[in-house]
Design a binder for this molecule. Structure first.
Ligand code: NAD
Length: 363
């Protein structure tokens, strides 16, 4: 059996605990893996002087496949997001977030099986921002007034720029259609606010329609305005299949969908580029649970399951997903957040939930 060389970034906060649980569950499937563990995050500031040392990027580039625990981003000041930097540096242009209901999890809907495809490289996340009253923001306001005399500003605005390009939109929409085909799905829905942002979201919608025309007869296509989409997803999530969105709407709607299936603790994800794929849970580093063996490992274990599928290890992925589903359905050996009562004394820890999953895998 071919050995897979995989970069493992444990992350910080609850990252190392959920990463270890995931590593153990993947190994239990019998897949042959050689882990290359490298470290990024807040803890590296002290030893390496940067939260993202060069060897992390080098390892991912070399192995082309990585799985990562969550990494803390300081709010308002301090270093920029390691997560955003990794996506940019490795051109991981697609964020894939399957949202699937598993019996046993308390959620407002059942039988949901949606795939969210979020554009990862542009939009308001491009990081082009100008502080209120800075010379740059003032110069920009003056330039915009020169270009568009009708432009109205309140005094001294902070400005964030929202670039949307045809090339990036075409790439992400094509990715959504190819994902639909690979997963035997029927429909792609593009989400936008083209009625208001006629230039940026207008371009996104026109490009999505053009790409969709190439798949006519194979995959259905429709579009929705983002506010309406939020309501539709809350009321009728089963009507949707593959949903493709620009970066910011994708970020918000993927969390909304995680909420629909039972919360961040069970929502896996992947960031995918042309040559490299990085798998990670949707949730963050939950610093208050660091080192307590309390965090729910499901989202990260299911991210590992997506990684096995990506590697073509379909039987192992099915076994892992089946074992997670069984443990969730039984509802006994699960973490506190999956119990009906969060203070239920029968809740188990992160590593004990992994033990239960491994026991099912090994039959
Ligand atoms: P969070 O996801 O860490 O926590 C949100 C809530 O969910 C908290 O109440 C937390 O305790 C709970 N929670 C999260 N994961 C859980 C799990 N596995 N089991 C049980 N409960 C869980 O989001 P936040 O508080 O907004 O962010 C904390 C830090 O994580 C921030 O620094 C943020 O920037 C970072 N973050 C990182 C990533 C990533 O690495 N991809 C993603 C999101 C946030």
């Amino acid at each position: 059996m071919a050995k897979h060389r995989i970069t493992l970034i444990p992350g910080d906060g609850i990252g190392p605990e959920v990463s270890l649980a995931t590593q153990r569950c993947i190994e239990a499937t019998g897949v042959s893996v050689e882990w290359e563990t490298v470290h990024a995050g807040a803890d590296m500031m002290e030893t390496a002087g940067t939260p993202l040392p060069d060897n992390v990027i080098a390892s991912i580039r070399k192995n082309k496949i990585a799985i990562k625990g969550p990494i803390t981003t300081p709010i308002g000041s301090g270093f920029r997001s390691v997560n955003v930097a990794l996506r940019k540096e490795l051109d991981l242009f697609a964020c894939l977030r399957p949202c699937k209901s598993y019996p046993g999890i308390t959620a407002c809907h059942s039988l949901i099986d949606l795939i969210i495809v979020r554009e990862n490289t542009e939009d308001l996340y491009a990081g082009i921002e100008f502080e209120a009253n800075s010379p740059e923001a003032n110069a920009l306001v003056a330039k915009i007034r020169e270009l568009d005399p009708k432009a109205r500003f309140n005094p001294h605005p902070a400005i964030s720029i929202k670039p949307i390009s045809q090339a990036a939109t075409e790439r992400i929409v094509r990715f959504a259609f190819e994902t639909a085909i690979a997963n035997k799905r029927k429909k792609v829905t593009a989400v936008h606010k083209a009625n208001i942002m006629k230039c940026s979201d207008g371009l996104f919608l026109r490009t999505a329609r053009e790409v969709a025309s190439r798949y006519e007869g194979r995959i259905q296509f429709e579009d929705r305005i983002v506010d309406n989409m939020c309501m539709q997803l809350v009321q009728r999530p089963r009507e949707y299949d593959v949903v493709v969105l620009p970066n910011l709407y994708g970020d918000i709607i993927s969390d909304l969908c995680a909420g629909l299936i039972g919360g961040l603790g069970v929502a896996p994800g992947a960031n995918i580029g042309d040559t490299v794929a990085l798998f990670e849970a949707t949730h963050g580093s939950a610093p208050k649970y660091k080192g307590l063996n309390k965090a729910n490992p499901t989202a990260m274990i299911l991210s590992g399951m997506l990684m096995l599928r990506h590697l073509g290890e379909i039987a192992a992925a099915d076994r892992l997903e089946g074992a997670v589903a069984k443990v969730l359905a039984e509802g006994r050996s699960v973490t506190y957040d999956l119990k009906a009562d969060r203070y239920d004394k029968t809740a188990v820890g992160t590593s004990q939930m992994a033990d239960a999953i491994i026991k099912v895998i090994k039959g």
